[in-house]
Write a protein that binds this ligand. Structure first.
Ligand code: GEK
Length: 245
């Protein structure tokens, strides 16, 4: 159960004009409830990020959580790698997210994370065995996405893995509408009203830009990844594994 004060009701009352979505203090303070009730499969993707870390992370390397928010993926990976000596690097450009994330990591006694408040587009990646972009690339301007994936691929060691989780779009207009409707039904079932769903959709309109799985696959391959495919999908949310062989 979520404490009342941590429940996401940011869009529950009618707003005269809905401003663009930003990751500020009000979002950071309700974020776990917001993402769990908004993203189908979120908990599974986070848990499996830990399982993938267990499989792929090599001792003596770096692991990056890009767009870490409150560190859910960082924590899952820290658990997955167990005793292996690695440098975990968690990056987010929202000061509010980083502040809350620091408190959570301290509380969980995960002290070995390098927590960076900065732009993932300017983050150097080196000696990596695992990089995670869990629902972050969708907030990066489409024109900047390829260069970021190239930087990640260059910074991964051979055999390293990128986990890329995104909201996706579909080429077939009918299927696209169906997936959007099913996603909205998921949100309704999780207690969001039609008003909340519609105001949040407006707020995200030009901020979260989804692309098709075809576009993701093609771009990952042209960025240098050799083995690319989807390992999880629920409605219009999917997660891909991209390996640099
Ligand atoms: C999770 N991965 O819990 N540089 C750094 N951070 C950024 C940038 C950027 N250019 N753009 C967006 N962000 C997390 C969830 S949330 C997804 C990730 C969501 C950050 C932004 O501040 C936010 O914290 C995060 O990316 C996206 O698995 O809210 O749907």
């Amino acid at each position: 159960m979520t404490d009342k004060s941590n429940r996401d009701n940011l869009y529950a009352s009618p707003l005269g004009s809905v401003r663009e979505f930003v990751f500020d203090q009000s979002v950071a303070s309700v974020f776990p409830d917001m993402i769990r009730r908004s993203v189908p499969g979120y908990e599974t993707i986070i848990a499996m990020t830990g399982t993938l870390a267990e499989q792929y992370v090599q001792a003596g390397t770096r692991i990056y959580d890009l767009g870490c928010s409150l560190g859910a993926s960082t924590l899952a990976m820290a658990r997955g790698i167990g005793e292996r000596e690695c440098q975990l690097v968690a990056v987010d450009n929202s000061p509010a997210m980083i502040e809350h994330c620091r408190q959570i990591l301290d509380h969980q006694k995960i002290g070995t994370v390098e927590l960076v408040c900065g732009d993932i587009l300017k983050t150097p990646i080196a000696n990596a065995s695992m990089v995670v972009l869990n629902f972050t690339l969708q907030f990066v301007a489409p024109a900047a996405r390829k260069a970021l994936l190239e930087t990640i691929c260059r910074g991964l060691n051979p055999g390293g893995i990128l986990v890329l989780s995104e909201k996706v779009a579909f080429e077939d207009a009918h299927h696209n509408e169906l997936m959007i409707e099913l996603h909205h039904n998921f949100k309704r079932a999780n207690g969001y009203s039609d008003l909340e769903i519609s105001q949040k959709r407006t707020a995200l309109e030009n901020v979260l830009v989804p692309e098709t799985l075809h576009v993701h696959r093609q771009r990952l391959k042209s960025a240098g990844f050799t083995s690319v495919d989807v390992w999880f999908q629920c409605f219009n949310f999917a997660s891909l594994i991209a390996i640099k062989v």
